[in-house]
Write a protein that binds this ligand. Structure first.
Ligand code: 5AD
Ligand code: SF4
Length: 517
């Protein structure tokens, strides 16, 4: 049975909770001796709703004048779980912390604030966070003034917030994905109040521009849209991230221009479903293909995007991508399953055949394109034949790599109500078979590059050998080669000498600092 082992709903039983006071700002409750100030809490029912209200774009100063020195002499840590969207949210929160005068530390014992930026997409991600909260309890007992916060996608789940209230009452602050910009105010409240502060908005807010971001390295993420309206039946994201909202093209373009000016080499455009970009605009007809065409004119060497949904991938976008230039020939195109029947029950809104047709068009238009994907095995009711259809699709497309997952039921999603009748041993065995196939295809495609010269953006030293540099090709393949550290941050041409399964060994042929071929 789905969820048999993890029914968090009982954690949301507030029968022993006492309401101390309640007004228009929120309610104060007491559970087991701990006072909690709930400004707002998550609700699956409200997160599911998609209203017609117009999304406003606000250009705000997120850190009020009086809080600009609040963090002076204080240190913070953010531990990030999950996808690139979360990584980028962490960059925004780092920006906010540092605008308040806080300093980053790697040492937990000297931290004044520790935030866990969490992921809800699979159960094992959640287990990790609850494990970590357990570990942090002793630190909090030793140093009661430490502010311990939970944010990100898990905070948007009512069952998780209930469990924190009941079982992890030493947490000081819980906030969600829609009110990150409120961090300075919430931190102040958590510092000065004795109670736990909970502010999770169920409904997405407006788009807030001008938030400070602290980026590192030579590659930068840029949000182009927030939320997802696809409601694939297994997925929690439409609940935790709200409805689709696109940033205005002028704001995205200005940000990318500024990053180019600052010397960034590569941009990754982020959205849960970037191909839906612009669908929510009421005052203009401007879509993802238009944005890519405009961004391709900016002087930044490489532009990537993630994640695309096959359903919204239109011909105009293929045409724009086929022009090349700074638009790289790598497309991450999650398929999830190769069986039309399973895709239907996942509510993916495309078939095996239409996916293969899209792949055919992309390959015809973009020579040398590298395709990668996401796949779920063991979706409720997946038969051996249906799994074999996934295997054959993977072979037919010839993905260069794939993120593969065992299906994990998420409370509140439609699939969690379906009978999860594939035994765990079978799911694991399917995952192994699939991973073996993906490894074989990856090795084969790397092998095809033997002797060829590729352009690499040098990102740093290899983790295992400091004499070796590591970087990525336009197609996002990892390359290792010997060279001086001065090359870090530049583009180097290398010849592939020894392709492996997950990376490529190469040797430099010539250096072109900052050049793109
Ligand atoms: N179980 C397993 N994998 C999931 N994903 C999303 N939801 C689930 C789930 N409930 C996977 C999908 C998605 C990727 C980010 O995570 O493959 O593309
Ligand atoms: Fe989840 Fe589907 Fe939206 Fe991707 S497109 S975030 S899998 S609901």
């Amino acid at each position: 049975m789905a969820n048999e082992t993890k029914d968090y709903s009982r954690y949301f039983d507030f029968s022993d909770a006492k309401i101390i006071s309640e007004d228009e700002h929120g309610k104060r409750i007491r559970i087991g001796g701990r006072e909690i100030f709930i400004m707002s809490e998550p609700s699956y029912r409200r997160e599911k709703q998609r209203g017609k209200e117009e999304i406003k774009v606000l250009y705000e100063e997120a850190v009020p004048e009086e809080l600009r020195t609040f963090g002076k002499g204080k240190k913070y840590i953010i531990q990030t779980y999950g996808c690139q969207m979360n990584e980028h949210d962490t960059e925004v929160m780092k920006g906010l912390f540092e605008h308040m005068g806080f300093e980053w530390t790697d040492d937990r014992r000297e931290a004044d604030v520790i935030l866990l930026n969490t992921c809800a997409v699979r159960e094992n991600a959640e287990d990790k966070v609850f494990g970590e909260l357990g570990n942090l309890k002793s630190l909090k007992l030793e140093k009661p003034e430490l502010i311990l916060g939970v944010c990100g996608c898990m905070s948007q789940e009512e069952s998780v917030v209930g469990r924190i209230l009941q079982k992890h009452a030493y947490v000081d602050l819980v906030f969600g994905t829609h009110n990150i910009h409120r961090l300075p105010i919430l931190l102040r409240d958590a510092y000065f109040g004795k109670e736990m502060v909970v502010e999770v908005w169920s409904k997405e807010g407006d788009i807030i521009e001008n938030l400070p971001k602290k980026r590192e390295g030579m590659r930068a993420w840029v949000n182009i849209m927030y939320g997802c309206d696809k409601f694939c039946t297994y997925c929690i994201v439409p609940y935790t991230r709200g409805k689709e909202r696109s940033r205005l093209p002028e704001d995205v373009i200005a940000e990318v221009r500024e990053l180019a000016r600052q010397g960034y080499r590569e941009i990754t455009l982020l959205g849960q479903n970037v191909n839906a970009y612009g669908k929510d605009f009421t005052d203009r007809d401007y879509r993802f293909a238009d944005l890519m065409a405009d961004l391709s004119k900016i002087d930044i060497p490489r532009i990537r995007f993630t994640t695309s949904h096959p359903r919204d991938f239109d011909d105009k976008l293929i045409e724009v991508l086929s022009r090349g230039g700074n638009l790289v020939e790598h497309i991450h195109l999650p398929v999830q399953s190769g069986s039309t029947e399973i895709l239907k029950r996942m509510s993916r809104k495309y078939t095996r055949e239409s996916y293969l047709e899209l792949v055919r068009k992309i390959k015809a238009a973009i020579p040398g394109v590298v395709l990668t994907t996401d796949i779920i095995v063991g979706f409720p009711g997946e038969t051996e034949e249906q799994f074999e259809e996934t295997m054959s699709l993977v072979r037919e497309v010839g993905f260069d790599s794939a993120y593969t997952f065992i299906y994990s039921p998420r409370a509140g999603t439609p699939a969690a109500e379906m009978e999860d009748n594939v035994p765990m041993e079978v799911k694991k065995e399917r995952l192994i078979r699939l991973n073996d196939l993906v490894a074989e295809l990856s090795k084969r495609s790397n092998e095809a590059l033997r002797g060829r010269v590729v352009e690499v953006l040098v990102e740093g030293r290899s983790k295992s050998n400091p004499n070796v540099l590591s970087g990525r090709t336009r197609t996002n393949k990892l390359v290792h080669f010997e060279g001086p550290p001065e090359w870090i941050g530049s583009f180097v041409h290398v010849r592939v000498t020894d392709p492996q399964t997950w990376y490529i060994k190469a040797e430099p042929v010539r250096q072109e600092t900052g050049a793109v071929s």
